[in-house]
Ligand binder design. Structure first.
Ligand code: NOJ
Length: 657
């Protein structure tokens, strides 16, 4: 195995594992001062040179002074079925190496490495021992990439991760949120993130002395000032996994399932109540200021309005309707009740109607950032929703600093992470799925708790209603599948069909109609909202037909083509079906693209319904230029499509034979 040989020979005291196909190799050594270090090679080239590991704790500095006790390795080959997802079957093949270390102080620490063909991961583990608590002040984990590559990232204090991802050389970046996506100089890609974040602060990243380093989200004091403490851990405990996808191209990067594989298997025995759903909602009207959340003359969530939405959903094959502003508390956004509706909302009537129609109600629990109050009534709130046949709730934490049971804290600090986990685990007891807004960045919990279906953590469609800077640039959505969505499903809320905006002069959706359709395929979410008002959908019934038909649960997904920040084309096969859906979305630069249909079965016949930009479509001058074409296609065909500036396309391919 030549790759392994190179690494091993570069350090006489190193120990190493190679990935199952031998192309990726992770080596470990202790430096002379007993500092744990690792390095990584792929295809015979060094990608990450010797990088430090360890934890600086208040009780002991665990970044040096270690001796190696022993090493174990094992091979794992597994496959598992997702409850929902971009793919039904996921395989997990890797080699694992655990180095058992003993610190001069007597503390024992293991570092577990995994080598996959498309990346690697490591974590720290503390087993039962004399020391019972550790206060982590800093994590020393580094990623010493061998060149100053360009990376896509968000600054670490970006509120709710709602920012425009920026690309720049790593050396020019300030502290960044995890994840980041790196364009390697040789044409490959690296995705740096974490997995299985359970009782630990979220990772952030910064560059110092040529190394990408970990900055854990800190605890705050009673005045909301940053403390030196990052995590309080009871021994035994494992840290989250630190993971890096190393892909030769974007197609391989988006197909990587390392993050999910690093999370424990599903903890919910009966998952039959967890259903991917497409939904509409009483929502966009509030962001466009034609409705209000609070009760009054323009109140959105009234019984009458909700009945209209439920009936519209029934008629148009939409599974559910979200209602925001149904509950008391919107006057001050502080004292929300999760069990008391406003007087113009008849919960019993609407709950009966929803069951009669077979259209679900999606509940809404905005907390205004008061996580502690929410936690104190969680069981009551979920029992109330369950009793009214509600199986999904959109939660929200609008406040840059949230109030947890530990006082004012950053939502991605350890206390916030614990809160979100309690919500998801409690919701499971009541058969409730969660669509979490203002979340901590996803790290793959959805494998263990598949009732955590979607999350925001993105500068979503709502910014196109009121953003002072005019709305999301066209390129924004072409970055998300390669950055934010690599961390998990996103509640972006596609599907605006009326582009003029009376709320903020100069603000509008930077998109054509066909682009909005393409988003349903490109921006993955098992709870996928069609966000516009029914009356706007009825102005373009032909285009709306695609929304009625597109599923949100998939057998298989693949990137057909794309470039970060320029365009992307995804193809997805419907779960339990033979039909395919292909979506394309574009930045400001109009372009022609080719879509080979070689994902189709060679022995089957298909009909394609193609919704695309007209030749004169343009997000600024003609956003509604969209046509539908029908054509018989086979796997040997290639479609050639024009994507306008801010444009796109959406294709339904029905298997006929
Ligand atoms: C922010 C969320 O992103 C948005 O979807 C919601 O309407 C408001 N908070 C109110 O909860």
């Amino acid at each position: 195995m030549p790759v392994l040989a190179i690494v091993v020979s570069s350090c006489s005291r190193s120990t190493a594992i190679s990935s199952p196909d031998g192309t990726l190799c992770v080596a470990f050594r202790l430096a002379d001062n007993g500092c744990p270090q690792y390095c990584v090679e792929q295809d015979g080239k060094a990608v990450i040179s010797w990088s430090a590991l360890g934890l600086k704790c208040a009780e002991q500095d665990l970044t040096q002074g270690f001796a190696l006790k022993s090493t174990d390795t094992r091979f794992c080959q597994d496959a598992w079925e997702t409850v929902w997802g971009e793919e039904r079957l996921i395989s997990d093949t890797h080699r694992e190496m655990t180095v058992h270390l003993r610190h001069a102080s007597g503390i024992e620490m293991d570092i577990v490495f995994r080598a996959f063909d498309d990346g690697f991961a490591f974590r720290y583990m503390f087993s039962e021992q004399e020391i019972k608590h550790l206060t982590i002040l800093d994590e020393a984990s580094e990623y010493r990439f061998t060149a100053d590559h360009e990376a896509w990232s968000l600054p670490w204090r970006t509120e709710y991760y709602e920012g425009i991802w920026q690309k720049a050389p790593l050396s020019q970046k300030d502290t960044m949120c995890s994840p980041i996506t790196i364009e390697l100089n040789d044409g490959g890609y690296a995705f740096v993130h974490e997995a299985s974040l359970r009782d630990y602060p979220a990772q952030n990243l910064y560059v110092q002395d040529g190394a990408l380093r970990t900055y854990l989200t800190p605890w705050l004091d009673e005045n909301a000032q940053i403390l030196p403490d990052k995590a309080y851990e009871n021994v035994p405990f494992p840290s989250p996994w630190r993971m890096v996808i190393l892909a030769r191209d974007l197609r391989q990067m988006v197909a990587s399932r390392i993050m999910l594989n690093l999370n424990p298997p599903c903890r919910i025995e009966d998952t039959s109540w967890i259903k991917p759903m497409k939904f509409i909602g009483i929502w966009w009207g509030m962001h466009m200021k034609s409705m209000t959340w609070e009760q009054g003359p323009k109140h959105g969530a009234t019984t009458k309005n909700m009945e209209r939405y439920l009936r519209f959903a029934k008629e148009h094959n939409i599974d559910a309707v979200l209602a925001e502003g149904w509950n008391k508390g919107w006057e001050d956004w502080q004292h929300f009740s999760f069990t008391e509706p406003y007087s113009d909302w008849d919960m019993d009537y609407l709950s009966n109607l929803s069951q009669q129609l077979g259209v679900q109600i999606i509940g809404h629990n905005e907390t205004g950032g008061n996580a502690a109050d929410y936690e104190s009534v969680l069981d009551e709130a979920f029992a109330y929703h369950q009793a009214h046949g509600i199986h999904a709730i959109k939660t929200g934490y609008v406040s840059p600093i949230i109030r947890t049971v530990d006082g004012l804290q950053l939502n991605k600090g350890q206390s916030g992470v614990r809160h979100y986990r309690r919500v998801v685990e409690t919701a499971a007891k009541y058969h409730i799925c969660i669509d979490n807004h203002e979340p901590v960045m996803p790290t793959g919990w959805q494998r263990t708790w598949p009732n955590l279906m979607s999350q925001e953590g993105v500068r979503g469609q709502e910014w196109n209603a009121w953003s002072q800077d005019g709305g999301n640039p066209c390129s924004h959505v072409t970055v998300l599948p390669f950055t934010r969505i690599m961390a998990g499903a996103v509640d972006f809320t596609p599907g605006v069909f009326a582009f003029e905006n009376p709320v903020m002069p100069g603000t509008r959706v930077h998109s054509t109609l066909a682009n909005q359709l393409g988003l349903f395929v490109c921006l993955y979410s098992p709870l996928q909202m069609a966000c516009d008002l029914p009356e706007n959908y009825m102005k373009h019934p032909e285009a709306f037909e695609f929304i009625e038909r597109v599923p949100c649960d998939w057998e298989r997904s693949l990137l057909v083509d794309g470039k970060i920040g320029e365009f992307c084309i995804f193809a997805r096969q419907e779960r339990d079906g033979e039909d395919w859906y292909i979506g394309g979305i574009n930045n400001e630069q109009a372009r022609e693209v080719s879509v080979p249909l070689d994902m189709l079965s060679p022995d089957k016949q298909y009909t394609a319904y193609i919704y695309h930009d007209t030749d004169d479509a343009d997000w600024q001058t003609n956003p509604y230029g969209c046509v539908k074409e029908e054509s018989a296609v086979t796997y040997s065909d290639t479609l050639h499509l024009l994507m306008a500036s801010g444009g796109g396309f959406a294709i339904q391919i029905i298997c006929s034979l």
